[in-house]
Design a protein around this ligand. Structure first.
Ligand code: 8OZ
Length: 364
């Protein structure tokens, strides 16, 4: 009998030996303390989920300019690094593994969140449809400032410094957020990138900033500890590409030689859960670990692994409500239902108070 690969088959990720292929997906929860510092509550939340093969933190802005929502934790001040150190210590104390997601939102911000009320930055001066989430409530997006060629090294520098900070904070690796309509994705997709310099137009140019960021991050981390997240067809944050299959086949092909930790792919429309592209084409162009996300269940994940379509699977909403998702999957136990009312902001309720299976059994 040939052993079938399953979610419970260990996997080597760079120098890490992960006990399973179940990943906690990065999720914004807006619970950082004053100064956008990760708190003890955040440390408890992640430590509760340490049995995941890998935890990827919520997006952590690489600068104040990179912030687009209230109370998201940063990775650019000494206090934030100290806060994240508590998180990594708490996860490591439970034998978990944790990467931090490095995030710059680009145009998905608002002057009220920016240093000195400045305009958010983007590849081109194209205003997103919709509203920004601010401390004063929802406010219409503004037309962003199109980055001058001379300003682009400053963006790369923000990621370089953040990568060093992530090392000081004790993470096992970093994930570069190039998905979901944020800055790096705004460069990749032609709906938001109308530049006519070496960062726009041809695919070779649109992928340039991502490659420069990876290069800068690899000053602090070997590439085997750097993951990249993309979302080829996700329209969240009013983004689109005229030829997503070709664009992201190209991205996968050009990331492949870098020997990254993994390529993390949001397969489909994040909010609707629909899927149109052929993700096998992307997977086949990337020689490293392919991590899939978007609407996977235990059954779908096992089938995708066995078909050879994926190597690891990340779970979002299921991880909000089930700190012991690994055990629940292993025992095919019932799952707690997440409450969308407590996703963004608030306190321990809906964050660290979802029950573990053993607590439920003790009460039964
Ligand atoms: C939902 C709400 C706020 C942020 C992403 C960081 O989509 C996010 C995000 C999602 O990557």
């Amino acid at each position: 009998m040939s052993a079938q690969i399953s979610l419970f088959t260990p996997i080597k990720l760079g120098s890490l030996e992960l006990p399973n292929r179940i990943v906690m997906a990065p999720m914004t929860r807006n619970r950082a303390a004053e100064g956008d510092v990760p708190s003890d509550l955040i440390a408890e939340h992640y430590a509760q989920r340490a049995s995941a093969g890998l935890i990827i933190t919520e997006g952590s802005q690489v600068s104040q300019q990179g912030q687009g929502y209230p109370a998201t934790p940063g990775i650019y001040t000494p206090q934030q690094v100290t806060g994240w150190r508590k998180v990594t210590d708490a996860v490591h104390a439970k034998d978990g593994h944790i990467f931090i997601q490095l995030w710059h939102v680009g145009r998905i911000s608002h002057p009220s969140l920016q240093p000195e009320g400045a305009l958010p930055v983007a590849p081109s001066a194209i205003k997103p449809a919709g509203e920004a989430v601010t401390y004063q409530g929802m406010q219409p997006f503004v037309e962003p400032h199109a980055l001058e060629l001379s300003e682009i090294p400053g963006i790369v520098e923000q990621f370089r410094v953040a990568a060093h900070n992530a090392k000081a904070a004790g993470f096992d690796g970093v994930e570069i957020h190039a998905a979901n309509g944020y800055l790096l994705d705004q460069f990749l997709r032609d709906g938001t990138n109308h530049r006519d310099d070496e960062y726009g137009g041809a695919l070779e140019n649109r992928v340039r900033l991502l490659l420069e960021v990876i290069d800068a991050v690899s000053e602090a981390w070997e590439t085997a500890s750097i993951g990249v997240r993309i979302s080829p067809e996700n329209s969240f944050n009013d983004i689109h590409d005229s030829d997503p299959q070709n664009t992201f086949n190209y991205v996968a092909e050009h990331l492949s030689p870098l020997a990254l930790a993994y390529l993390h792919v949001v397969e489909g429309e994040m909010m609707q859960g629909t899927k149109k592209l052929d993700y096998r084409q992307i997977r086949d162009r990337f020689s490293g670990i392919y991590m899939a996300n978007c609407g996977y269940t235990l059954e779908k994940a096992q089938a995708a692994l066995q078909a050879g379509n994926v190597d690891m699977v990340s779970f979002g909403a299921l991880y909000i409500a089930n700190p012991d998702l690994v055990e629940r999957f292993a025992r095919k136990a019932p799952l707690n239902k997440p409450d969308p009312e407590t996703y963004y902001g608030g306190d321990a309720h809906g964050y660290t108070d979802y029950p573990f299976l053993e607590e439920e059994e003790a009460l039964a």
